[in-house]
Design a protein around this ligand. Structure first.
Ligand SMILES: [Zn+2]
Length: 184
């Protein structure tokens, strides 16, 4: 696809995306948000940022965003999405999560909070604020300060009231509730 066609498609993809939900960010609002974070609002960055923040807080991978972009005909490569997410995380617009050694997840909620991760399906959920209390961190080496604390609480289901031990195979375990259908 020629560059001019890509720009045309991008220009016309934005209004379609805005229609997805009441309160979804406008392209102007997203551009302002990017500038405020010190990020130059290129058309592709605006499109990716709109996708990211269009549906409330969530934990997302580059691959998921790529699929969403393809679905609404935004012509952005996976490599561009990787680069954008990396830039956004560097500027603290989103938070990189260290929950899965094979995939990088990003959190649109950059506030300090911990995560539950299901070992059945890998779904990630926020631990409620009252669910965990972190005390002050002592012993930080002289001259350094804490910039990020990540706590991951890994979960296994109970089946028929019985906990499944870490050594047991989970391949036959259902991914239906008690897991939330749409984990945050
Ligand atoms: Zn989160």
């Amino acid at each position: 696809m020629a560059l001019s066609e890509q720009h045309h498609a991008l220009r016309h993809a934005e209004p379609a995306h805005r229609l997805r939900g009441v309160g979804a960010p406008t392209a102007d609002g997203v551009a302002r948000r990017l500038r405020a974070a010190g990020i130059r609002p290129t058309r592709q960055r605006v499109a990716i940022c709109s996708l990211l923040f269009g549906g409330g807080d969530r934990h997302v991978t580059a691959e998921v965003l790529f699929e969403e972009a393809q679905r609404i005909k935004i012509p952005i490569s996976l490599a561009t999405i990787y680069n954008c997410l990396h830039t956004f995380a560097k500027r603290r617009l989103i938070r990189e999560l260290f929950v899965d050694p094979t995939t990088t997840y990003y959190d649109t909620n950059t506030s300090d909070h911990c995560h539950f991760v299901s070992q059945v399906d890998g779904s990630i959920m926020d631990v409620p604020a009252a669910g965990i209390q972190l005390g002050p961190i002592e012993g930080v080496p002289e001259g350094l300060h804490v910039v990020d604390v990540q706590v991951v609480v890994r979960l296994r289901p109970k089946v028929d009231g019985r906990s499944i031990s870490p050594a047991e195979d989970l391949s036959g375990v259902s991914t239906t509730p008690p897991y939330p259908a749409t984990p945050v």
